[in-house]
Design a protein around this ligand. Structure first.
Ligand code: HEM
Length: 177
């Protein structure tokens, strides 16, 4: 997984929970607490998942809560600053989410060793989207947290349901087309 994900997690934990908590997470993962993650570096998937797990342990929160916190922070605070281009001319959660497959391909095109998640889209009816998440990393809960963050960003009341380990149903408000 690319270091940008860890850099975002560390910023979130430090900002919302304090530097000490982040140091403890790093120590429990057997890593140097002063290490700074660089966006383009590679972090082994196992290590990245371990960091997420240790974040839950140290903060005393569930994986779902951690995923929601990460999704909110990534979509609403972190990504707008470094990936602002993907927010331009996008005016609804519907537009943003249906561009995500493309965005993951484009944002990692020049990154060596990147293995971004891919998405497939299927419309159940005019306002109901089934997103299929394609990744070996099994981070469907993080995906749900990110989709919730997108709803918040566009001020839309989305109904989000995890259907399985690779499918999420999103119901958009009828007028958001
Ligand atoms: C502007 C918005 C976004 C950008 C630029 C972006 C970019 C990225 C990048 C660069 C990675 C690391 C890929 C790698 O290590 O190879 C990543 C991972 C990920 N992204 Fe996004 N992302 C965005 C929004 C979203 C949204 C809205 C979702 C959910 C629908 C999502 C789902 C994920 C997941 C679950 C991962 C973890 C890796 C995996 O599961 O395989 N992202 N994203």
């Amino acid at each position: 997984m690319k270091g940008v994900i860890m850099a975002c997690l560390s910023q979130l934990v430090q900002e919302k929970f304090g530097d000490q908590k982040w140091e403890e997470i790093m120590q429990r993962c057997g890593m140097d607490p002063r290490k700074r993650f660089i966006a383009t570096e590679d972090v082994e998937d196992q290590k990245a998942l371990d960091m997420l797990g240790k974040t839950c342990d140290v903060l005393g929160i569930s994986m779902e809560q951690a995923a929601d916190a990460f999704g909110d922070y990534w979509v609403n605070e972190y990504a707008p600053k470094i990936y602002g281009i993907y927010y331009k001319n996008v005016n609804s959660a519907r537009d943003f989410l249906t561009k995500m497959d493309d965005v993951h391909v484009k944002s990692t095109k020049t990154l060596e060793n990147a293995r971004p998640p891919r998405f497939e889209y299927q419309w159940k009816d005019d306002n109901t989207l089934i997103m299929t998440y394609k990744s070996s990393r099994g981070l469907i809960d993080v995906c749900v947290g990110l989709v919730k963050g997108v709803g918040k960003y566009f001020g839309e009341d989305l109904k989000i349901t995890k259907l399985s380990n690779d499918k999420i149903e999103v119901v958009f408000p009828a007028q958001s087309r």
